[in-house]
Design a binder for this molecule. Structure first.
Ligand SMILES: [Zn+2]
Length: 54
């Protein structure tokens, strides 16, 4: 392996650990911690809104 190849950047992307935020559901009013990519209430399945963060 040549030096040029060694210095190539890794192809796979390393995602930083996601931070959970507390969001209160507009339907069942249960506050729970959700990751940013979670868009549904885990209690009633209703849509979550990030502006409802508790
Ligand atoms: Zn809910």
């Amino acid at each position: 392996m040549s030096e040029k190849e060694k210095s190539k950047p890794e192809v796979k992307t390393i995602r930083p650990p996601l931070e959970r935020i507390n969001i209160r559901c507009r339907v069942c009013f249960i506050v729970d911690g959700y990751y940013p990519d979670e868009k549904k209430c885990r209690h009633c399945g209703a849509r979550l809104f990030e502006i409802d963060r508790y």
